[in-house]
Design a protein around this ligand. Structure first.
Ligand code: UDP
Length: 235
């Protein structure tokens, strides 16, 4: 296995499966299965989950909801998703711990770096919820931040597309997929990998990012094995 400890970022939207809102149990189990497979191979894996399938602060503020209020609602949405994922994983007999950036002791541990690392060493999957705990951030930024904190070797951004293209592949047939790209090129070409705050954090702390299609069976395993199935962003 190329990467021993990694941080997997899953967007909230990816959990909707065929629908456009909420959580699709089929998709949830599919992801849990992928994670179980790599944990059984000895991978240490932490997950940051988004909340866009339930609520986004920014879209709320377009409809008159105070931005900060909306952002906290978005963070709580990630808790719901994290709990769903935890349940699916535990149902598949994978040990997990939920760690939250906003205290809620009945549901989850508070985020404590040393504890998170210890869980990983013991083979537990750690799911980080409530983003960074601060409004005006995203769960992508939470992913970069947590990856750095726990010493992850790589950030795996599981999406619906299989990597970064030279143009939008749905609009341009000549668009080519890139196997590797530098942080600098992503920045100069304004490619949309993660939002700028998240991207800058990863870049400055030199944590590579792999964009890959999480919806294809065995892809998580392949990525961790070092197969070139997505796009690797690195120094
Ligand atoms: N959010 C926040 N601070 C954070 C992480 C998330 O305020 O550190 C809020 C923000 O409103 C965001 C929502 O939670 O829109 C859901 O997170 P995100 O949009 O990142 O989810 P994803 O796009 O990954 O589903």
């Amino acid at each position: 296995m190329k990467y021993k400890r990694s941080l997997l970022k899953l967007s909230g939207e990816s959990l909707t499966g065929e629908g456009s809102f909420g959580i699709d149990p089929k998709r949830l189990y599919q992801y849990a299965q992928e994670v179980k497979q790599v944990v059984e191979m000895g991978a240490q894996i932490a997950i940051v989950i988004g909340g866009g399938n339930i609520f986004r602060g920014l879209s709320g503020s377009n409809h008159g909801i105070d931005r900060v209020q909306g952002d906290y609602m978005g963070m709580l949405a990630t808790v719901i998703n994290g709990m769903a994922l935890q349940w699916a994983l535990e149902d598949l007999r994978v040990d997990t711990r939920l760690q939250t950036a906003i205290r809620m002791e009945q549901l989850a541990e508070s985020f404590i770096k040393r504890r998170a690392v210890r869980h990983l060493e013991k083979g537990r999957v750690v799911i980080f919820v409530a983003g960074t705990g601060n409004p005006y951030f995203t769960t992508d930024t939470a992913a970069s931040l947590r990856a750095i904190e726990i010493g992850a070797e790589v950030i795996l951004k599981g999406t619906r597309v299989d990597g970064i293209y030279t143009a939008d592949p749905e609009k341009n047939h000549n668009a080519e997929k890139l196997e590797n790209i530098s942080f600098e090129d992503v920045y100069n070409k304004r490619l949309n990998v993660m939002d700028m705050t998240a991207f800058t954090l990863s870049c400055e702390n030199n944590v590579p990012i792999i964009i890959f299609d999480m919806n294809k069976k065995n892809n998580l395993k392949k990525v961790l094995a070092g197969e070139n199935i997505g796009t690797l962003v690195s120094k």
